[in-house]
Design a protein around this ligand. Structure first.
Ligand code: SAH
Length: 383
């Protein structure tokens, strides 16, 4: 049987040789004759091979490279890549990202483990059509008590997949798992994304060591930073605009015997009020939602990052500490640091970067896809 082939334009072939795994529809000279989800061979105009890729007819990102050997069976190879990703995380703590999509060579597939629970996203036709095999494999290898599918994402529509959120194994989506010294309750169906954010867990713990004195955690969500800082003995005010998130924060606090002052407010307004009132803090955390959701939003996002960082610098006492993050994939590390730098300059503070952080090693960055380096965090000391 001849295998389906996608022929790329000169530009597409150049981009593929440059290592980026994504091929846009406009970079395809001849589309493969294959159903969405098939793994196809990539060729340049002269017929030279450019590796293999997952085909998604409806998506603007129509092909995504998959590091399979030239003659490897695609379905068996997919599971081999899943196993390899799991093996690389063998030493990780109970709450860990096991598969990080393109960065692990598995476009669209995210698998997160929350203690005894597993939650996954299969947001390309290639990942979705192999879902049953992956779920059976994960069930056999990890014996979770519950497996949730979280394809309730905007991306599902872009890829021509159903918006789909349900339990594939078990009947209770709630799991408890240790996060550092705390016990955390996750709801695999109701929590954000796959049930919670795993990408900041190590930064939460570092924040607990880094924090001093009175702490203000802005954009706290369920209190990831706030509760670790409280566990380290700090008085913490935790701010979010979402009442349900703050309710869950209160639940985590009670479960762990911790006290945090939770405040439902818009951070932009609150920082202004605090400035007017002359309120000050020793440690401030800024971990906002992605301000830049596309390239066009980079400029306004830069202004927003600068604004909150400037206000935070003004509220810090001498010797204060700022933990500031951006999870916008479109915001480069340099661009983010430039916004924080300019905030420090306008506030007239002498600020040192003590830690430059990203997501933990279970969220690897693909060297040839800079947008996978989406999480930037700076731990800054004012002297
Ligand atoms: N810091 C959290 C993750 C934050 S996610 C952690 O480490 O786990 C971003 C949070 O910002 C969401 O909970 C959202 O409700 C909140 N948010 C978004 N815009 C806001 C605003 N203007 N003021 C306050 N909270 C906001």
């Amino acid at each position: 049987m001849t295998r389906p082939v996608a022929t790329l334009t000169r530009k597409g072939a150049r981009r593929r040789r440059g290592g980026h795994p994504w091929i846009y529809r406009s970079d395809i000279a001849r589309a493969p004759e294959a159903p969405s989800g098939a793994i196809v061979d990539l060729r340049d105009a002269s017929g030279r091979g450019l590796g293999r890729a997952a085909w998604s007819e409806k998506s603007l990102i129509s092909l995504r490279a998959v590091p399979l050997a030239p003659d490897e069976d695609a379905d068996a190879g997919w599971l081999r890549l899943v196993d390899a990703a799991l093996d690389r995380r063998a030493q990780r703590p109970p709450c860990t990202r096991l598969v990080n999509a393109d960065a692990d060579g598995l476009p669209g597939l995210v698998i997160d483990r929350f203690g005894a629970g597993v939650s996954l996203q299969a947001l390309t036709p290639a990942a979705f059509s192999r879902l049953d095999a992956v779920v059976a494999h994960i069930a056999a290898r990890l014996s979770p008590t519950v497996i949730a599918l979280r394809n309730d994402s905007r991306i599902a529509g872009l890829e021509g997949l159903p918006d789909d959120k349900r339990l594939l194994l078990g009947d209770d989506a709630r799991v408890e798992a240790p996060v550092g010294a705390l016990t955390w309750a996750f709801d695999l169906l109701e929590g954000q994304k796959t049930g919670g954010f795993l990408d900041q867990l190590e930064n939460h713990r570092l924040a607990a060591e880094f924090a001093r004195g009175d702490c203000l955690d802005c954009f706290t969500y369920e209190g990831g930073f706030a509760l670790q800082m409280a566990a380290a003995g700090r008085p913490v005010i935790a701010v979010d605009s979402s009442a349900p998130a703050l309710e869950r924060l209160a639940g985590h606090a009670a479960r762990n015997g911790l006290a945090v002052e939770a405040l439902e407010a818009n951070v932009f307004d609150l920082l202004r009020v605090y400035e007017r009132e002359g309120r000050t803090f020793d440690t401030i955390v800024l971990d906002p939602p992605p301000f830049a959701r596309n390239r066009k939003a980079i400029e306004p996002a830069t202004r927003a990052y600068k604004e909150i960082n400037l206000r935070a610098f003004k509220l810090l006492r001498p010797g204060g500490r700022l933990i500031t993050a951006s999870c916008s994939a479109h915001m480069s590390r340099n661009g983010f640091e430039a916004a924080v730098l300019s905030a420090a300059a306008d506030a007239g503070v002498w600020a040192q970067i003590i830690h430059r952080r990203g997501a933990p090693p279970d969220h690897p960055v693909l060297l040839t896809a800079p947008e996978t380096d989406y999480l930037k965090a700076l731990f800054v000391q004012v002297v």
